[in-house]
Design a protein around this ligand. Structure first.
Ligand code: ARG
Length: 455
Protein backbone atom coordinates (compact mmCIF):
# COMPACT_ATOMS: atom_id res chain seq x y z
CA UNK A 1 0.00 0.00 0.00
CA UNK A 2 2.96 2.31 0.50
CA UNK A 3 5.45 0.63 -1.83
CA UNK A 4 6.33 3.89 -3.61
CA UNK A 5 8.56 5.27 -0.88
CA UNK A 6 10.27 2.10 0.35
CA UNK A 7 13.17 0.15 -1.08
CA UNK A 8 13.09 -2.66 1.49
CA UNK A 9 10.38 -5.13 2.45
CA UNK A 10 8.88 -4.84 5.93
CA UNK A 11 10.67 -7.24 8.28
CA UNK A 12 8.70 -10.39 9.06
CA UNK A 13 8.93 -9.60 12.76
CA UNK A 14 7.56 -6.10 12.26
CA UNK A 15 4.71 -7.58 10.27
CA UNK A 16 3.91 -9.97 13.09
CA UNK A 17 4.24 -7.19 15.64
CA UNK A 18 2.08 -4.70 13.80
CA UNK A 19 -0.64 -6.79 12.24
CA UNK A 20 -4.11 -6.31 13.63
CA UNK A 21 -6.11 -8.38 11.18
CA UNK A 22 -6.05 -11.37 13.54
CA UNK A 23 -8.51 -9.43 15.72
CA UNK A 24 -9.79 -6.44 13.74
CA UNK A 25 -11.20 -8.73 11.01
CA UNK A 26 -14.32 -8.56 13.15
CA UNK A 27 -14.85 -5.01 11.93
CA UNK A 28 -15.50 -6.27 8.39
CA UNK A 29 -19.27 -5.59 8.17
CA UNK A 30 -18.66 -2.02 9.35
CA UNK A 31 -15.60 -1.55 7.17
CA UNK A 32 -17.59 -2.68 4.14
CA UNK A 33 -20.61 -0.53 5.01
CA UNK A 34 -18.25 2.44 5.46
CA UNK A 35 -16.56 1.80 2.12
CA UNK A 36 -19.85 1.49 0.26
CA UNK A 37 -21.07 4.78 1.73
CA UNK A 38 -17.72 6.38 0.92
CA UNK A 39 -17.97 5.17 -2.67
CA UNK A 40 -21.37 6.85 -2.92
CA UNK A 41 -19.77 10.05 -1.67
CA UNK A 42 -17.06 9.70 -4.32
CA UNK A 43 -19.74 9.17 -6.96
CA UNK A 44 -21.59 12.29 -5.85
CA UNK A 45 -18.30 14.24 -5.99
CA UNK A 46 -17.62 13.02 -9.52
CA UNK A 47 -14.54 10.98 -8.60
CA UNK A 48 -16.23 7.70 -9.51
CA UNK A 49 -18.57 6.97 -12.39
CA UNK A 50 -21.84 5.22 -11.64
CA UNK A 51 -20.40 2.07 -13.20
CA UNK A 52 -17.30 2.20 -11.04
CA UNK A 53 -19.34 2.76 -7.88
CA UNK A 54 -21.55 -0.19 -8.78
CA UNK A 55 -18.49 -2.38 -9.35
CA UNK A 56 -17.10 -1.36 -5.97
CA UNK A 57 -20.36 -1.97 -4.16
CA UNK A 58 -20.96 -5.35 -5.78
CA UNK A 59 -17.36 -6.39 -5.14
CA UNK A 60 -17.56 -5.40 -1.49
CA UNK A 61 -20.86 -7.22 -1.00
CA UNK A 62 -19.36 -10.31 -2.57
CA UNK A 63 -16.38 -10.11 -0.22
CA UNK A 64 -18.71 -9.66 2.76
CA UNK A 65 -20.67 -12.72 1.73
CA UNK A 66 -17.49 -14.77 1.51
CA UNK A 67 -16.27 -13.59 4.91
CA UNK A 68 -19.63 -14.53 6.42
CA UNK A 69 -19.33 -18.01 4.96
CA UNK A 70 -15.76 -18.34 6.21
CA UNK A 71 -14.43 -18.48 2.66
CA UNK A 72 -12.30 -15.36 2.74
CA UNK A 73 -8.62 -15.58 3.51
CA UNK A 74 -7.30 -12.69 5.62
CA UNK A 75 -3.57 -12.20 5.16
CA UNK A 76 -1.30 -11.06 7.96
CA UNK A 77 0.97 -9.46 5.35
CA UNK A 78 -1.86 -7.04 4.54
CA UNK A 79 -1.80 -5.90 8.16
CA UNK A 80 -5.39 -5.00 8.97
CA UNK A 81 -8.98 -5.54 7.94
CA UNK A 82 -9.02 -2.33 5.90
CA UNK A 83 -6.10 -3.23 3.66
CA UNK A 84 -7.18 -6.86 3.33
CA UNK A 85 -10.58 -5.89 1.98
CA UNK A 86 -9.34 -3.07 -0.22
CA UNK A 87 -6.52 -5.16 -1.70
CA UNK A 88 -8.84 -8.03 -2.48
CA UNK A 89 -11.41 -5.68 -4.00
CA UNK A 90 -8.78 -4.14 -6.28
CA UNK A 91 -7.46 -7.59 -7.21
CA UNK A 92 -10.99 -8.48 -8.31
CA UNK A 93 -12.27 -5.34 -10.02
CA UNK A 94 -9.05 -3.56 -10.97
CA UNK A 95 -8.87 0.23 -11.51
CA UNK A 96 -12.18 1.12 -9.84
CA UNK A 97 -10.96 -0.55 -6.64
CA UNK A 98 -7.82 1.54 -6.74
CA UNK A 99 -9.97 4.70 -6.58
CA UNK A 100 -11.86 3.74 -3.41
CA UNK A 101 -9.30 5.16 -1.00
CA UNK A 102 -9.53 8.66 -2.53
CA UNK A 103 -9.95 11.37 0.12
CA UNK A 104 -9.78 8.76 2.85
CA UNK A 105 -7.15 7.50 5.26
CA UNK A 106 -7.16 4.44 7.41
CA UNK A 107 -7.22 6.91 10.29
CA UNK A 108 -10.72 8.20 9.56
CA UNK A 109 -11.68 4.79 8.23
CA UNK A 110 -10.84 2.90 11.43
CA UNK A 111 -12.38 5.59 13.61
CA UNK A 112 -15.58 5.21 11.58
CA UNK A 113 -15.50 1.40 11.72
CA UNK A 114 -15.00 1.36 15.47
CA UNK A 115 -17.88 3.77 15.99
CA UNK A 116 -20.16 1.60 13.84
CA UNK A 117 -19.03 -1.44 15.82
CA UNK A 118 -19.75 0.31 19.12
CA UNK A 119 -23.14 1.49 17.93
CA UNK A 120 -24.23 -1.99 16.85
CA UNK A 121 -22.97 -3.55 20.06
CA UNK A 122 -24.51 -0.95 22.34
CA UNK A 123 -27.82 -1.96 20.78
CA UNK A 124 -27.05 -5.62 21.41
CA UNK A 125 -26.03 -5.02 25.03
CA UNK A 126 -29.16 -2.93 25.61
CA UNK A 127 -31.33 -5.77 24.36
CA UNK A 128 -29.64 -8.14 26.81
CA UNK A 129 -29.93 -5.68 29.70
CA UNK A 130 -33.68 -5.48 29.08
CA UNK A 131 -33.93 -9.30 29.00
CA UNK A 132 -32.04 -9.48 32.28
CA UNK A 133 -34.35 -6.92 33.87
CA UNK A 134 -37.33 -8.93 32.64
CA UNK A 135 -35.89 -12.11 34.20
CA UNK A 136 -35.44 -10.30 37.54
CA UNK A 137 -38.99 -8.97 37.43
CA UNK A 138 -40.30 -12.42 36.60
CA UNK A 139 -38.29 -14.03 39.44
CA UNK A 140 -39.56 -11.33 41.81
CA UNK A 141 -43.15 -12.03 40.73
CA UNK A 142 -42.70 -15.75 41.34
CA UNK A 143 -41.55 -14.88 44.86
CA UNK A 144 -44.85 -13.14 45.60
CA UNK A 145 -44.97 -11.43 49.00
CA UNK A 146 -42.07 -13.46 50.42
CA UNK A 147 -40.33 -11.50 53.15
CA UNK A 148 -36.65 -11.61 53.96
CA UNK A 149 -34.26 -9.63 56.12
CA UNK A 150 -32.73 -6.60 54.47
CA UNK A 151 -29.10 -6.07 55.45
CA UNK A 152 -26.67 -3.25 56.09
CA UNK A 153 -23.07 -4.19 56.93
CA UNK A 154 -24.32 -7.72 56.10
CA UNK A 155 -26.09 -7.60 59.48
CA UNK A 156 -29.84 -8.02 59.62
CA UNK A 157 -31.48 -4.61 59.49
CA UNK A 158 -35.15 -4.44 58.63
CA UNK A 159 -37.58 -6.72 56.83
CA UNK A 160 -38.09 -6.28 53.09
CA UNK A 161 -39.80 -8.25 50.37
CA UNK A 162 -37.56 -10.55 48.33
CA UNK A 163 -39.07 -8.85 45.28
CA UNK A 164 -37.95 -5.44 46.58
CA UNK A 165 -34.37 -6.68 46.80
CA UNK A 166 -34.45 -7.96 43.20
CA UNK A 167 -36.05 -4.73 42.01
CA UNK A 168 -33.05 -2.85 43.39
CA UNK A 169 -31.02 -4.55 40.65
CA UNK A 170 -33.65 -3.73 38.05
CA UNK A 171 -33.12 -0.06 38.95
CA UNK A 172 -29.34 -0.41 38.73
CA UNK A 173 -29.60 -2.05 35.32
CA UNK A 174 -31.89 0.72 34.20
CA UNK A 175 -29.24 3.32 34.94
CA UNK A 176 -26.76 1.16 33.02
CA UNK A 177 -29.13 1.15 30.06
CA UNK A 178 -29.58 4.92 30.28
CA UNK A 179 -25.80 5.42 30.34
CA UNK A 180 -25.36 3.21 27.30
CA UNK A 181 -28.10 5.04 25.43
CA UNK A 182 -26.42 8.33 26.26
CA UNK A 183 -23.02 7.04 25.20
CA UNK A 184 -24.58 6.00 21.89
CA UNK A 185 -25.27 9.65 21.08
CA UNK A 186 -21.58 10.51 21.24
CA UNK A 187 -20.66 7.32 19.39
CA UNK A 188 -23.03 8.05 16.53
CA UNK A 189 -21.06 10.89 14.92
CA UNK A 190 -19.12 10.23 11.71
CA UNK A 191 -15.37 10.90 11.46
CA UNK A 192 -15.14 9.78 7.80
CA UNK A 193 -13.90 12.65 5.64
CA UNK A 194 -11.32 13.72 8.22
CA UNK A 195 -8.66 11.93 6.19
CA UNK A 196 -5.33 11.27 7.89
CA UNK A 197 -5.73 14.36 10.07
CA UNK A 198 -6.49 17.37 7.88
CA UNK A 199 -9.38 16.33 5.66
CA UNK A 200 -8.79 16.46 1.95
CA UNK A 201 -8.65 18.86 -0.95
CA UNK A 202 -11.24 16.63 -2.58
CA UNK A 203 -14.51 17.72 -1.05
CA UNK A 204 -17.11 15.06 -0.31
CA UNK A 205 -20.63 15.58 0.99
CA UNK A 206 -19.95 14.25 4.45
CA UNK A 207 -23.50 14.84 5.65
CA UNK A 208 -24.78 12.66 2.84
CA UNK A 209 -22.31 9.87 3.60
CA UNK A 210 -23.24 10.08 7.29
CA UNK A 211 -26.88 9.72 6.44
CA UNK A 212 -26.11 6.63 4.36
CA UNK A 213 -24.48 5.10 7.44
CA UNK A 214 -27.19 6.11 9.90
CA UNK A 215 -24.97 8.59 11.76
CA UNK A 216 -26.71 11.50 13.48
CA UNK A 217 -24.06 13.95 12.32
CA UNK A 218 -20.42 14.46 11.34
CA UNK A 219 -17.38 15.41 13.40
CA UNK A 220 -16.37 19.08 13.23
CA UNK A 221 -12.61 18.89 13.73
CA UNK A 222 -10.56 16.54 11.58
CA UNK A 223 -7.69 16.31 14.09
CA UNK A 224 -9.96 15.44 16.99
CA UNK A 225 -11.94 13.04 14.81
CA UNK A 226 -9.04 10.74 13.94
CA UNK A 227 -7.51 10.70 17.41
CA UNK A 228 -10.63 10.61 19.54
CA UNK A 229 -11.30 7.37 21.40
CA UNK A 230 -13.26 9.00 24.23
CA UNK A 231 -16.30 7.06 23.14
CA UNK A 232 -14.42 3.78 23.65
CA UNK A 233 -13.36 4.83 27.14
CA UNK A 234 -16.90 5.92 27.91
CA UNK A 235 -18.38 2.68 26.64
CA UNK A 236 -15.84 0.62 28.58
CA UNK A 237 -16.74 2.55 31.71
CA UNK A 238 -20.44 1.90 31.15
CA UNK A 239 -19.70 -1.80 30.63
CA UNK A 240 -17.47 -1.87 33.72
CA UNK A 241 -20.17 -0.42 35.91
CA UNK A 242 -22.69 -2.82 34.44
CA UNK A 243 -20.20 -5.60 35.23
CA UNK A 244 -19.80 -4.27 38.76
CA UNK A 245 -23.57 -4.38 39.20
CA UNK A 246 -23.66 -7.98 37.98
CA UNK A 247 -20.80 -8.71 40.36
CA UNK A 248 -22.76 -7.34 43.30
CA UNK A 249 -25.78 -9.43 42.33
CA UNK A 250 -23.43 -12.39 42.01
CA UNK A 251 -22.27 -11.84 45.56
CA UNK A 252 -25.86 -11.80 46.82
CA UNK A 253 -26.71 -14.95 44.88
CA UNK A 254 -23.59 -16.72 46.18
CA UNK A 255 -24.51 -15.85 49.76
CA UNK A 256 -28.16 -16.77 49.28
CA UNK A 257 -27.29 -20.14 47.75
CA UNK A 258 -25.08 -21.09 50.70
CA UNK A 259 -26.36 -23.51 53.37
CA UNK A 260 -25.93 -20.70 55.91
CA UNK A 261 -28.51 -18.51 54.17
CA UNK A 262 -30.41 -21.07 52.11
CA UNK A 263 -32.51 -18.23 50.67
CA UNK A 264 -32.54 -19.41 47.05
CA UNK A 265 -32.22 -22.59 45.03
CA UNK A 266 -30.40 -22.43 41.71
CA UNK A 267 -31.28 -24.85 38.95
CA UNK A 268 -28.97 -27.81 38.33
CA UNK A 269 -28.40 -26.45 34.84
CA UNK A 270 -26.82 -23.28 36.22
CA UNK A 271 -24.60 -24.77 38.90
CA UNK A 272 -21.71 -27.19 38.83
CA UNK A 273 -20.54 -30.08 40.94
CA UNK A 274 -17.20 -30.83 42.52
CA UNK A 275 -14.77 -33.39 41.15
CA UNK A 276 -14.05 -34.46 44.72
CA UNK A 277 -16.95 -33.61 47.04
CA UNK A 278 -20.06 -35.43 45.82
CA UNK A 279 -22.53 -33.22 47.71
CA UNK A 280 -21.40 -29.92 46.21
CA UNK A 281 -23.59 -27.65 44.09
CA UNK A 282 -21.57 -24.58 43.30
CA UNK A 283 -22.81 -21.20 42.02
CA UNK A 284 -20.07 -20.98 39.39
CA UNK A 285 -22.02 -18.71 37.07
CA UNK A 286 -22.23 -16.06 39.77
CA UNK A 287 -18.59 -16.56 40.77
CA UNK A 288 -17.39 -16.27 37.18
CA UNK A 289 -19.44 -13.14 36.66
CA UNK A 290 -18.00 -11.60 39.81
CA UNK A 291 -14.58 -12.57 38.49
CA UNK A 292 -15.16 -11.25 35.00
CA UNK A 293 -15.92 -7.78 36.32
CA UNK A 294 -12.17 -7.62 36.98
CA UNK A 295 -11.31 -7.82 33.30
CA UNK A 296 -13.95 -5.24 32.42
CA UNK A 297 -12.31 -2.82 34.81
CA UNK A 298 -8.89 -3.84 33.47
CA UNK A 299 -10.00 -3.08 29.92
CA UNK A 300 -11.18 0.35 31.00
CA UNK A 301 -7.79 1.01 32.63
CA UNK A 302 -6.07 -0.11 29.42
CA UNK A 303 -7.92 2.34 27.22
CA UNK A 304 -7.51 5.28 29.60
CA UNK A 305 -3.80 4.59 29.92
CA UNK A 306 -3.54 4.14 26.16
CA UNK A 307 -4.99 7.56 25.43
CA UNK A 308 -3.41 9.66 28.13
CA UNK A 309 0.02 10.34 26.64
CA UNK A 310 -0.84 10.63 22.97
CA UNK A 311 0.17 13.75 21.09
CA UNK A 312 -2.23 14.88 18.40
CA UNK A 313 -3.39 13.20 16.23
CA UNK A 314 -3.54 9.54 15.20
CA UNK A 315 -0.82 7.38 16.71
CA UNK A 316 -0.40 3.70 16.09
CA UNK A 317 -0.90 3.09 19.79
CA UNK A 318 -4.59 3.44 19.04
CA UNK A 319 -4.57 0.04 17.38
CA UNK A 320 -4.47 -1.27 20.95
CA UNK A 321 -7.99 0.00 21.56
CA UNK A 322 -9.68 -2.93 19.85
CA UNK A 323 -8.87 -5.99 21.92
CA UNK A 324 -10.05 -4.48 25.22
CA UNK A 325 -13.15 -3.14 23.48
CA UNK A 326 -14.03 -6.44 21.83
CA UNK A 327 -13.28 -8.34 25.02
CA UNK A 328 -15.54 -6.15 27.15
CA UNK A 329 -18.40 -6.43 24.70
CA UNK A 330 -18.02 -10.22 24.41
CA UNK A 331 -17.73 -10.59 28.18
CA UNK A 332 -20.75 -8.46 29.02
CA UNK A 333 -22.99 -9.99 26.38
CA UNK A 334 -22.23 -13.54 27.51
CA UNK A 335 -22.50 -12.64 31.20
CA UNK A 336 -25.91 -11.07 30.64
CA UNK A 337 -27.10 -14.04 28.61
CA UNK A 338 -26.05 -16.66 31.14
CA UNK A 339 -27.19 -14.58 34.12
CA UNK A 340 -30.62 -14.08 32.58
CA UNK A 341 -30.97 -17.84 32.25
CA UNK A 342 -29.75 -18.42 35.79
CA UNK A 343 -32.18 -15.90 37.30
CA UNK A 344 -35.03 -17.49 35.35
CA UNK A 345 -34.17 -20.77 37.06
CA UNK A 346 -33.72 -19.32 40.55
CA UNK A 347 -36.37 -19.88 43.22
CA UNK A 348 -36.66 -18.19 46.58
CA UNK A 349 -36.95 -20.51 49.57
CA UNK A 350 -39.77 -18.72 51.34
CA UNK A 351 -39.54 -20.94 54.43
CA UNK A 352 -35.93 -19.90 55.03
CA UNK A 353 -36.30 -16.22 54.24
CA UNK A 354 -39.50 -15.95 56.29
CA UNK A 355 -37.87 -17.68 59.26
CA UNK A 356 -34.94 -15.29 59.03
CA UNK A 357 -37.28 -12.33 58.70
CA UNK A 358 -39.08 -13.57 61.82
CA UNK A 359 -36.12 -12.39 63.89
CA UNK A 360 -37.90 -9.94 66.22
CA UNK A 361 -34.86 -7.65 66.25
CA UNK A 362 -35.76 -6.64 62.69
CA UNK A 363 -38.68 -4.71 64.17
CA UNK A 364 -36.65 -2.76 66.73
CA UNK A 365 -36.87 0.31 64.51
CA UNK A 366 -40.64 -0.16 64.28
CA UNK A 367 -40.79 -0.06 68.08
CA UNK A 368 -38.84 3.19 68.08
CA UNK A 369 -41.28 4.54 65.48
CA UNK A 370 -44.15 3.47 67.77
CA UNK A 371 -42.74 5.68 70.52
CA UNK A 372 -42.25 8.54 68.06
CA UNK A 373 -45.89 8.20 67.00
CA UNK A 374 -46.77 8.59 70.67
CA UNK A 375 -44.82 11.81 71.02
CA UNK A 376 -41.34 10.61 72.09
CA UNK A 377 -38.46 12.41 70.29
CA UNK A 378 -36.65 9.93 68.05
CA UNK A 379 -33.26 10.13 69.81
CA UNK A 380 -34.93 9.25 73.12
CA UNK A 381 -36.98 6.50 71.50
CA UNK A 382 -33.77 5.07 69.98
CA UNK A 383 -32.18 4.88 73.42
CA UNK A 384 -35.24 3.31 75.05
CA UNK A 385 -35.39 0.59 72.38
CA UNK A 386 -31.62 0.09 72.62
CA UNK A 387 -32.06 -0.77 76.28
CA UNK A 388 -35.00 -2.99 75.45
CA UNK A 389 -32.84 -4.82 72.89
CA UNK A 390 -30.11 -5.38 75.50
CA UNK A 391 -32.78 -6.69 77.91
CA UNK A 392 -34.18 -8.99 75.22
CA UNK A 393 -30.74 -10.45 74.51
CA UNK A 394 -29.97 -10.85 78.21
CA UNK A 395 -33.32 -12.49 79.00
CA UNK A 396 -33.19 -14.52 75.80
CA UNK A 397 -36.75 -13.43 75.06
CA UNK A 398 -37.95 -11.87 71.85
CA UNK A 399 -40.12 -8.74 71.85
CA UNK A 400 -43.12 -10.87 71.00
CA UNK A 401 -42.71 -12.97 74.14
CA UNK A 402 -42.58 -10.02 76.52
CA UNK A 403 -45.39 -8.77 78.75
CA UNK A 404 -46.68 -5.23 78.37
CA UNK A 405 -45.39 -4.55 81.89
CA UNK A 406 -41.87 -5.36 80.74
CA UNK A 407 -42.15 -2.86 77.89
CA UNK A 408 -43.47 -0.27 80.34
CA UNK A 409 -40.40 -0.70 82.52
CA UNK A 410 -38.51 1.01 79.68
CA UNK A 411 -41.16 3.57 78.80
CA UNK A 412 -44.59 4.32 80.25
CA UNK A 413 -45.69 5.29 76.75
CA UNK A 414 -46.08 1.64 75.67
CA UNK A 415 -49.70 0.46 75.55
CA UNK A 416 -51.36 -2.82 74.56
CA UNK A 417 -51.42 -1.75 70.92
CA UNK A 418 -47.63 -2.19 70.77
CA UNK A 419 -48.38 -5.82 69.87
CA UNK A 420 -49.69 -4.71 66.48
CA UNK A 421 -46.39 -3.20 65.39
CA UNK A 422 -44.66 -6.48 66.22
CA UNK A 423 -46.68 -8.25 63.55
CA UNK A 424 -44.48 -8.71 60.47
CA UNK A 425 -47.33 -8.41 58.00
CA UNK A 426 -48.56 -5.19 59.57
CA UNK A 427 -45.00 -3.94 59.69
CA UNK A 428 -44.56 -4.57 55.97
CA UNK A 429 -47.81 -2.82 55.08
CA UNK A 430 -46.73 0.16 57.19
CA UNK A 431 -43.75 0.77 54.90
CA UNK A 432 -45.87 2.48 52.29
CA UNK A 433 -43.89 5.65 51.50
CA UNK A 434 -42.61 6.08 47.96
CA UNK A 435 -39.76 3.65 47.32
CA UNK A 436 -40.38 1.60 50.47
CA UNK A 437 -41.16 -2.14 50.37
CA UNK A 438 -44.84 -2.40 51.34
CA UNK A 439 -46.50 -5.25 49.41
CA UNK A 440 -48.73 -2.74 47.59
CA UNK A 441 -45.76 -0.61 46.60
CA UNK A 442 -43.80 -3.61 45.38
CA UNK A 443 -46.77 -4.84 43.40
CA UNK A 444 -47.08 -1.42 41.75
CA UNK A 445 -43.35 -1.38 40.97
CA UNK A 446 -43.53 -4.85 39.44
CA UNK A 447 -46.44 -3.72 37.29
CA UNK A 448 -44.56 -0.58 36.26
CA UNK A 449 -41.50 -2.56 35.23
CA UNK A 450 -43.48 -5.27 33.49
CA UNK A 451 -45.18 -2.57 31.41
CA UNK A 452 -41.95 -0.69 30.71
CA UNK A 453 -40.11 -3.84 29.69
CA UNK A 454 -42.79 -5.15 27.35
CA UNK A 455 -43.11 -1.72 25.69
N1 ARG B 1 -4.94 -0.97 12.18
C1 ARG B 1 -4.90 0.43 12.42
C2 ARG B 1 -5.58 0.75 13.75
O1 ARG B 1 -6.25 -0.07 14.24
C3 ARG B 1 -5.61 1.16 11.32
C4 ARG B 1 -5.13 2.55 11.14
C5 ARG B 1 -3.73 2.53 10.66
N2 ARG B 1 -3.29 3.83 10.35
C6 ARG B 1 -2.00 4.13 10.15
N3 ARG B 1 -1.69 5.34 9.90
N4 ARG B 1 -1.05 3.22 10.23
O2 ARG B 1 -5.44 1.79 14.29
Amino acid sequence: MWKGRFAQETSALVQRYGESVSFDWRLYPHDIAGSIAHSKGLLKAGILTAGEQQQIEAGLLEIRHEIEKGQFEFKESLEDVHMNIEAELTRRIGPAGAKLHTARSRNDQVATDVRLYCRANIDTVLKHVRAMQAALVECAERGGDTVMPGYTHLQRGQPVLFAHHLLAYVEMLDRDAARLADCRKRVNVMPLGSGALAGSTIILDREYVAQELGFDGVTQNSMDAVSDRDFVAELLFDLSLLGVHLSRLSEDVILWASAEFGFVTLSDAHTTGSSLMPQKKNPDVAELTRGKSARLIGNLMSILTLIKGLPMTYNRDLQEDKEPLFDSIDTVVLALEVFTEMISGMDVNAARTTAAAGDPMLLATDLADYLVNHGVPFRQAHEVIGKLVAYSIQEKRGFGDMELAEFQRFSPVFQADVAACLNLETAMHARKGIGAPSPDNVKAQLARWRKALTA
